[in-house]
Design a protein around this ligand. Structure first.
Ligand SMILES: *[C@@H]1O[C@H](CO)[C@@H](O)[C@H](O)[C@H]1NC(C)=O
Ligand SMILES: *[C@@H]1O[C@H](CO)[C@@H](O)[C@H](O)[C@H]1NC(C)=O
Ligand SMILES: *[C@@H]1O[C@H](CO)[C@@H](O)[C@H](O)[C@H]1NC(C)=O
Ligand SMILES: *[C@@H]1O[C@H](CO)[C@@H](O)[C@H](O)[C@H]1NC(C)=O
Ligand SMILES: *[C@@H]1O[C@H](CO)[C@@H](O)[C@H](O)[C@H]1NC(C)=O
Ligand SMILES: *[C@@H]1O[C@H](CO)[C@@H](O)[C@H](O)[C@H]1NC(C)=O
Ligand SMILES: *[C@@H]1O[C@H](CO)[C@@H](O)[C@H](O)[C@H]1NC(C)=O
Length: 505
């Protein structure tokens, strides 16, 4: 057999890449990856390279040793043969701690001992970027982590919605301010200016809701002249902690909502109002169509121009019915994206003391939101009996305590402007007590107490010693009434009208 034939034979018959089947490898950032390459022949040298690295290589082993001279720096201390002896023709490469920058087409070239010829296979490695969500409270600082290959010269942080402006650009050892979006001015820096071990994490200071968005960390691959996406971070900014506002009925309240940008639209809503809103301003005007009637003529922007990103809302003459979780959504002009914060408003009921002489008529004041259909007046000590119930335009006598029969009525049965004040005629000593005015909130099917009135009844000029007799009698009568009520309460409990407003909340 001639030498040529022998050589041909070995080439044709004996050179077989065992790992031929697996040529696409996918991995997540941070994984250790094995790039398989195996032959059935004895190997004297192996060279791993990647098309885009030009002259430099990934790993070279020849003449019985690793040859570091032309290794690309990004692979330093990160690659090794699975089997240093390359026993059984195994020249698979271990690549540690991969990033998306390692993606590419790798070539495994081997020198067959027998024929002294080179053979190769290619393997595609695809490393997916890290995608993570980071929550942060507004006002805090946050670190956006990103690890890049070592020795890079250019790092770019951007946010998906900012188009051409960037968040942070670092090049040749310097921060480059040219295309930085103004909202990040003086607020961002690298965690490590040296970018040691490829740490290109970004510190973002004093975050606002406007910083919410999808951040991307890229490094420039010199060899390929392209930017490589390493990390995608979804930054979620929670509204600041101190968003609990308390107020008393009758006050005007400002719900503060501010961003640092120009706003084109603002929508204030409250979770329990369903489709309806509190206030909507867009396309340069107030949009009343879906405003909940209880806010009609009661709300306004603090600044109609929304100058300096101020979308704060003034809510006038609040009642407990206004309590709830408000959401302020603003549309940022530049990015056309919506941002929001929530604010909890808690309005305490009015508590007033009203003195009255017996025999007089008295008005118990109560102002409810507009357009309500159900109003109930109760007195704390009467348990299940009420003072007055008005439902869907009608007085409902069923559960009225007998002592109020024909003595009470709404001041205005139309309840104009939410006036649900009660007139109590010919006051007696027995009427003393704590009266509560409630309305039913249709949307939430919940009952809110609007005002609490302590009625103090002066026995009047007939007083003197008779006064104390009257007081004693009064107390006895009150005791009897209370016992009766307890009795009713216990007996009635099972047959309570389920539509009835409860007398206590
Ligand atoms: C490898 O992935 C590419 C796209 O990433 C695909 O077009 C190709 O068919 C895949 N090859 C194999 C052998 O799976
Ligand atoms: C590897 O990637 C290159 C470039 O994207 C492509 O041309 C080639 O077909 C891929 N090979 C495999 C085996 O998928
Ligand atoms: C954080 O930002 C707010 C306005 O967005 C500003 O009032 C405040 O002074 C800033 N705090 C710090 C520590 O820079
Ligand atoms: C807001 O009020 C709720 C209850 O009303 C309370 O649980 C919460 O801790 C308060 N939050 C702050 C930041 O004060
Ligand atoms: C606001 O109220 C809601 C419901 O009561 C509660 O879940 C939320 O934690 C409150 N927010 C604050 C800032 O207190
Ligand atoms: C109370 O009102 C009734 C009619 O509503 C009236 O007849 C009566 O004079 C009033 N009493 C007093 C003390 O004003
Ligand atoms: C007022 O009530 C007293 C008893 O409480 C009664 O004697 C008197 O007739 C009542 N007056 C009117 C105008 O109803």
């Amino acid at each position: 057999m001639s030498a040529v034939t022998a050589s041909l034979c070995s080439t044709l018959m004996f050179v077989v890449f065992v790992s031929a089947g697996q040529k696409n490898i996918t991995a997540d950032t941070g994984d250790n990856v094995i790039l398989p390459c195996r032959l059935t022949n004895k190997i004297t040298a192996v060279e791993w390279s990647r098309a885009d690295l030009g002259d430099e290589i990934v790993f070279l082993y020849q003449d019985g040793q690793f040859v570091p001279q032309k290794q690309h720096p990004s692979f330093k201390n990160r690659v090794a043969l699975r089997d240093r002896q390359m026993k059984d023709g195994d020249v698979s490469l271990i690549l540690k701690d991969v990033t998306t920058a390692d993606s590419g087409t790798y070539k495994c070239r081997v020198k067959i001992a027998e024929t002294n010829s080179w053979k190769y296979i290619t393997i595609n490695l695809s490393v997916s970027p890290v995608i993570k969500t980071i929550p942060v409270k507004s006002g805090q600082n946050v670190i956006l982590p990103c690890r890049a290959p070592k020795n890079n010269q250019r790092v770019k942080w951007s946010r998906a919605d900012l188009k051409t402006a960037n968040v942070f650009l670092y090049q040749d050892g310097h921060f480059v301010p040219d295309h930085q979006h103004p909202s990040f001015k003086n607020r961002v820096l690298l965690r490590d200016g040296q970018m040691k071990d490829g740490d290109v994490s970004l510190i973002l200071k004093n975050v606002t809701i406007n910083d919410a968005g999808t951040y991307e960390c890229r490094v420039f691959m010199e060899e390929r002249r392209t930017w490589k996406l390493l990390v995608i971070i979804k930054l979620r900014v929670d509204p600041p902690g101190q968003k609990n506002i308390t107020a008393e009925s009758g006050q005007d309240v400002t719900l503060t909502c501010r961003v640092t940008n120009k706003i084109t639209a603002v929508e204030w809503s409250r979770a329990d109002l369903g489709d309806e809103n509190v206030f909507l301003y867009q396309d340069g005007q107030f949009v009343p169509q879906k405003q909940h009637p209880s806010f009609k003529n009661r709300v306004a922007l603090r600044d109609r121009q929304m100058k300096d990103g101020d979308a704060s809302l003034i809510l006038k003459d609040v009642t407990t019915a206004d309590s709830g979780t408000y959401k302020c959504r603003v549309k940022i002009a530049e990015t056309n994206s919506w941002k929001y914060i929530t604010i909890n408003l808690s309005v305490s009921p009015v508590i007033t003391s009203i003195p009255v002489k017996s025999g007089q008529n008295i008005t118990l004041p109560c102002r409810a939101p507009n357009n309500n259909k159900h109003v109930m007046w109760s007195r704390a000590d009467l348990k299940t009996k009420n003072v007055f119930l008005y439902r869907d335009g009608h007085f409902v006598p069923d559960n009225q305590h007998p002592s109020f029969k024909n003595r009470v009525d709404l001041r205005d049965r139309q309840m104009k402007d939410g006036d649900v004040s009660l007139i109590l005629k010919n006051v007696t000593f027995n009427d003393a007590g704590t009266y509560v005015c409630h309305v039913l909130m249709e949307e939430t099917r919940s009952v809110k107490s609007i005002s609490i009135i302590k009625l103090i009844v002066d026995p009047g000029r007939s007083g003197g010693q008779g006064g104390s007799v009257g007081l004693i009698i009064g107390l006895i009568v009150a005791a009897v009434v209370v016992s009766c009520c307890c009795y009713f309460c216990c007996r009635r409990k099972t047959s309570e009208d389920s539509q009835q407003l409860p007398s206590q909340i």
